[in-house]
Design a protein around this ligand. Sequence first.
Ligand code: SAM
Length: 252
Amino acid sequence: MFVGNKDELEMNNKMGKIILIGAGCGDPELLTLKAVRVLKTADVVLYDALVSKEVLGFVNPQAEQISVGKKGHGESCRQVDINSMMVKFALEGKKVVRLKGGDPLIFSRAAEEMEAAKEANIPVEIVSGITTAQAVAATLGFPLTHRESARRLQFVTGHDHKGSLPEGLDWQALADKNATTVIYMPKKTLAAMSKRLQEFGLPADTHTLAVMDATMPTQKIITGTIATLPQSVENANMEGAVLVVIGSVTNI
Ligand SMILES: C[S@@+](CC[C@H](N)C(=O)[O-])C[C@H]1O[C@@H](n2cnc3c(N)ncnc32)[C@H](O)[C@@H]1O
């Protein structure tokens, strides 16, 4: 695999390439200038379900746009098929964009995609995006770290590949009340997560919030404590993408 800068990659222009781009987490203005520049010259764009149509509006109108969206554990394009498509188009000499929600290196199967490119000797470029945790904090106006009360920031997935609470998490660290813990994909396991965190010593009254569709017109916020939030989220019937943030910084 080749991870390099733009100039080095341009020198290699006879071969196609794969560019993993972060689309930010909803609001199209969260897209970076670099992302927009690359989207405008892409030949093929494989995009996720969480990428908005406004963001797709920046794509080169001549480019082929393919939805490869995966929604939780429902109907989806298999990861191996996405990898094969990316590689096939790049071997045809095309500039292939893999467009993902948030940042492309956070909970987004980037490792497998980079590995597939490496096996096929295809150069890869990565364009960072605003991950959901950052966008949520900025939108709601709270810091993710605090010099007295949140000295560690930890991102964790709420479920494993089967949709269950992941085994092998460092529960002691996650239950640290002096940390900010962000749970991506929390919906299926929030109640179990809350219970486990309290068993490991996280105080029941620790401030916690959930945000659905952050930065979008459909955004919904629920605040509470680690003890109360699971029930509140269930009652709210949140159908969109949800992020949970735990820790004193969420006392907004
Ligand atoms: C597969 S992960 C991708 C994360 C993404 N790469 C990022 O950096 O934000 C999908 C999860 O991200 C979170 N997410 C993405 N967009 C969101 C949004 N607009 N509002 C709330 N949560 C979001 C949810 O937890 C969702 O289940």
